[in-house]
Ligand binder design. Structure first.
Ligand SMILES: Cc1cc2nc3c(=O)[nH]c(=O)nc-3n(C[C@H](O)[C@H](O)[C@H](O)COP(=O)(O)OP(=O)(O)OC[C@H]3O[C@@H](n4cnc5c(N)ncnc54)[C@H](O)[C@@H]3O)c2cc1C
Length: 383
């Protein structure tokens, strides 16, 4: 087993960190804006650098990174860019909207959507959750009825990241009334299609630059050509998308955890109490040791997933485990970071507490921790 990065991976990693710090690390662009905010400047800069097209084949204008290099890139992006909201908005676009089209789209769909998603002209979103169906997402009420050469969608979706600004949505809807998993299909729905509307952006605890709202479908007409894969493939498409989300979105969280650790080490070495740096107190250094241990374990897990994907092997279980582990350790590290900084860490101006407000949702989106444990237990033959 070879754990070393090759020279191209190292160069890309360094370039992403440098770019993110220089072009995205503007405090005015950053975390403390209102929930209505979306960083169009940050988006444009990401597009110019190529972040939005990291996974997209070169023929469609992307960088066509292999899955392992993509993992390293996602981590570098989360490390370099302090604006966790922008990182989340970009990652939803890439892993929850672009990837399903890349993996399941027809040639025509790829030609129509991938160049615009890679260039940032289109902003993407992924619409599964409804007000009445979150963890039990396949009990959705939204329907898509085939009428002639169109599907007509009725229903609504809730908590959709990027929805206030998105141009393209991957929408899951029932194409028959049964509760069977095979009765859900996925569609590529454009904002300009008749019958789609959106609510007001939600106020939320963190991730401010990743705006979120509801979308409504009232006799929304979608051409049959916009059915993704074939009718009834919604379960497969959704599971594929969450497998990517649970590893690559969380690779950016790993990057954020590394940045957080460096800030904490720097602080505890310089902050003096009782005439000594607080790092000399074991209760303090133990927190640092735990953060470091969790980062190393998360990295091993994610790089293994990148390797599995590179070999075209399933990583559904590994992604579930990584998602569960990283989300819980990210939240713990964010709490510890505040504790290590004392009252200063609790002050908004220090920028430390933002990490906690941004990390809390990681145990909810892409499936809650409770659901991840259920999946792992089922994999062990239980339940
Ligand atoms: C920041 C953020 C971004 C999001 N972005 C998107 C998006 O872009 N697109 C999208 O479609 N959705 C998105 N979501 C929604 C997300 O997928 C759901 O919140 C998630 O699936 C959980 O659903 P719920 O919130 O309805 O909680 P519920 O399913 O109502 O769960 C509430 C609680 O009950 C627990 N619970 C439920 N069922 C079980 C069970 N069987 N066993 C044990 N415990 C259980 C849950 O774990 C949780 O603790 C986002 C959510 C957040 C917070």
């Amino acid at each position: 087993m070879d754990f070393s990065l090759d020279s191209e991976q190292i160069q890309l990693k360094e370039a992403i960190i440098k770019f993110s710090r220089k072009k995205l690390d503007n405090p005015e662009n950053g975390n403390k804006g209102s929930n209505m905010h979306f960083s169009y400047d940050g988006w444009k800069n990401c597009a110019e650098f190529g972040i939005l097209g990291l996974a997209v084949p070169k023929i469609y204008g992307g960088l066509e990174l292999d899955p392992l290099t993509l993992m390293i890139a996602a981590e570098a992006f989360g490390y370099g860019c302090r604006d966790n909201g922008l990182v989340f908005a970009v990652n939803n676009h890439v892993f929850a909207c672009t990837i399903p089209i890349l993996k399941f789209g027809s040639v025509e769909q790829k030609e129509r959507y991938l160049p615009k998603l890679a260039s940032g002209e289109y902003i993407g979103a992924h619409a599964m959750t409804e007000a009445g169906s979150g963890s039990d997402s396949f009990s959705m009420q939204t329907t898509a009825e085939l009428r002639g050469d169109k599907y007509v969608i009725n229903g609504s979706k809730a908590f959709i990241t990027n929805a206030p600004v998105a141009d393209v949505f991957i929408v899951f809807a029932k194409t028959s009334k049964d509760r069977e998993l095979g009765n859900v299909s996925a569609f590529i729905v454009e904002r300009s299609f008749p019958g789609i509307s959106k609510g007001k952006p939600f106020e939320k605890m963190g991730l401010q630059n990743a705006p979120m709202t509801e979308i409504y479908f009232d006799e929304c007409e979608v051409p049959v050509q916009n059915l993704l894969s074939k009718a009834g493939d919604g379960f497969l498409i959704f599971n594929t998308a969450v497998e990517w989300e649970r590893s690559y979105i969380f690779a950016s969280h790993l990057g954020a955890m590394k940045r957080q650790l460096e800030e904490c080490i720097n602080y505890v070495k310089n902050r003096k109490q009782f005439d000594r740096p607080i790092s000399s107190f074991q209760a303090v250094s133990n927190k640092i040791a735990d953060m470091k241990m969790n980062i190393e374990l998360a990295e091993l897990m994610l790089y293994k997933i990148g390797w599995l994907k590179k070999k075209n092997k399933s990583s559904f279980l590994e992604s579930t485990i990584a998602k569960l582990f990283i989300s819980e350790k990210y939240i713990q590290a964010s709490l510890d970071a505040i504790q290590l900084h004392g009252a200063y860490g609790y002050m908004t101006e220090a920028g430390i507490e933002q990490g906690l407000r941004d990390s809390v949702a990681s145990a909810i989106y892409s499936g809650t921790s409770e659901i991840q444990r259920d999946i792992i237990a089922r994999w062990c033959g239980l339940g």
